[in-house]
Design a protein around this ligand. Structure first.
Ligand code: PXP
Length: 239
């Protein structure tokens, strides 16, 4: 199981005061030291956490893999051409949302995604689409030329252990369908060391993207331990 740590909220904390610290480059290095397989960052249109200069500095310093989350806009296509991340995850973006609230509607936005798929092919960048575990969206992702889907676990995370069974089953079925269509399968959003187990246990899911909870735990236990504790929770579920 690949574990990619999203470090956006290191920048949220830094930007709250307009200081130079905490430094996302330093955070990424600690995550890598703690065993992360990759670093994820979301360059939002409003630059509320990661800024352009952060993305550039991270590109130069990340030694594992850089997964850039962005919206499917012309501006981001230009940035991708310059930055050359290893993976791009396309996400829906609305300015007023607190975080990425829903999955990408691949079915109705194919025309916007096509140019990204072409660019990724040209630059040998892996294209991942962040979608709900909905069969129509998964099939459309394969048709549009993505190599991976990242299944949205937000709804699963909001439910209690007693009520999340159906949503977990939807994730399992979606992961199976994506794998049948030869897509790599990732998952993410809202996961933490307490709720990650059942998702990590889904055999077809090969990658998790986790951010907010890792940075939150880091406040109390330090970033290195936070990543290691999360990895341990994933390993326990994977056995
Ligand atoms: N995956 C995607 C596509 C996301 O947009 C986010 C949030 O930026 C995450 C994973 C991580 O979510 P969280 O911060 O809740 O762990």
């Amino acid at each position: 199981m690949r574990l990619h740590i999203n470090i956006d909220h290191v920048c949220t904390l830094r930007n709250a005061r307009g200081t130079r610290y905490p430094d996302p480059v330093f955070a990424a290095s600690i995550c890598e030291l703690a065993g992360a397989d990759g670093i994820t960052l979301h360059l939002r249109e409003d630059r509320r956490h990661i800024k352009d200069a952060d993305a550039k500095a991270l590109r130069a310093s990340i030694g594992t893999l850089m997964n850039l989350e962005c919206a499917a806009t012309d501006e981001m296509r230009g940035i991708v051409r310059e930055l050359r991340p290893d993976v791009i995850t396309l996400v829906p973006e609305r300015r007023e949302e607190r975080t990425t609230e829903g999955g990408l509607d691949v079915v109705s936005t194919r025309d916007k995604l096509g140019p990204f798929a072409d660019l990724c092919r040209e630059l040998s960048i892996k294209l991942s689409l962040f979608i709900a575990a909905d069969p129509a969206q998964i099939r459309a992702a394969a048709e549009v030329g993505a190599q991976q889907v990242e299944l949205h676990t937000g709804e699963y995370c909001e439910l209690s252990e007693a009520t999340r069974g159906a949503e977990l089953e939807r994730l399992r079925t979606g992961a199976r369908l994506a794998a049948e269509l030869s897509l790599d399968v990732a998952a993410g959003h809202g996961l933490n060391r307490h709720n990650v187990g059942p998702v990590a246990a889904i055999a077809e899911i090969e990658e998790l993207n986790i951010g907010h909870a890792v940075i939150a735990d880091a406040v109390f236990m330090g970033l290195e331990r936070s990543v290691r504790e999360l990895r341990a929770a994933i390993q326990r579920a994977r056995k």
